[in-house]
Design a protein around this ligand. Structure first.
Ligand SMILES: [Mn+2]
Length: 251
């Protein structure tokens, strides 16, 4: 089976020029796996901010949603695991795009490998404040309030929340601590699994431990990294555009 893992695209809903290049690379990457992938696992923080109202979706995400639809049409199964920036799902991804959505983690046996995939924001450090913040913003009551306001207003507010979530990881010391937390968690999990894939740290990694592998698919902010598992064989890759693609229309 051909499995692709990617996380932390951090796609913005606004169309600024500086984001266009990143968007272009992501779309081109997804294009490149159409017809070559049996399963795509999107492991959180794909959207920098995700929200679906009862009747409204965010138009800035149309190109990637279209690409997901193309992948589905060509028979690629898509698994989407919530991150700390995208967790308010409602029905859109599942009912309109036929994507499987998991709020916390995903596990399955693929090509004889017992795999566990999670974004990882819960496993970084013993951050009690973050755990409270996380359960608060994932709460249905909070979601209902957010929904009451006009999208233009809610999204500005959401942007502030999303920024506060991102700023938490901007100190280098915290970054090291965070990565350490993920590795520690993965090591424990490897007692029961052959492969543990996390995201969140934005640091691409593939490490072989005694019991199995820990991998982090990295991000598409500082890298263009993804993890590939073809017939059970793992490879950490970096995507780059061809010259022709660079000239192509920007999204
Ligand atoms: Mn994250």
């Amino acid at each position: 089976m051909r499995v692709y893992f990617a996380s932390d695209f951090h796609l913005k809903f606004t169309r600024k020029k500086k984001d266009a290049e990143q968007y272009n690379k992501i779309i081109s990457f997804l294009d490149s796996i159409i017809g070559n992938a049996d399963l795509l696992i999107l492991n959180g923080d794909i959207f920098d901010l995700w929200f679906v109202w009862k009747t409204v979706i965010i138009k800035g995400y149309f190109p990637i949603l279209k690409k997901m639809a193309d992948l589905r049409e060509k028979g690629c199964r898509i698994v989407f695991i919530a991150g700390n920036h995208d967790f308010w799902f409602r029905d859109f991804l599942t009912d309109f795009l036929d994507v499987e959505v998991y709020p916390d983690n995903f596990s399955e046996i693929i090509d004889g490998m017992k795999i566990f995939v999670s974004h990882g924001d819960l496993f970084t450090t013993n951050d009690f404040r973050y755990k409270i913040f996380r359960s608060l913003i994932r709460n249905n009551f909070f979601k209902k309030i957010f929904e009451l306001f006009h999208p233009n207003f809610s999204l500005v507010f959401g942007k502030l929340l999303s920024r506060s979530s991102r700023d938490r990881k901007s100190h280098p010391e915290l970054e090291i601590k965070k990565e350490k937390g993920l590795v520690e968690f993965a090591k424990k999990k490897l007692k029961d699994y052959d492969l543990v894939v996390l995201g969140h740290s934005h640091a691409p990694k593939l490490i072989k431990f005694e019991n199995g592998f820990y991998a982090n698919a990295g991000d598409w902010v500082a890298h263009q990294s993804y993890l590939k598992m073809i017939d059970g064989k793992l490879e950490l890759c970096e995507y780059s555009l061809t010259k022709k693609e660079r000239k192509k229309k920007k999204y």
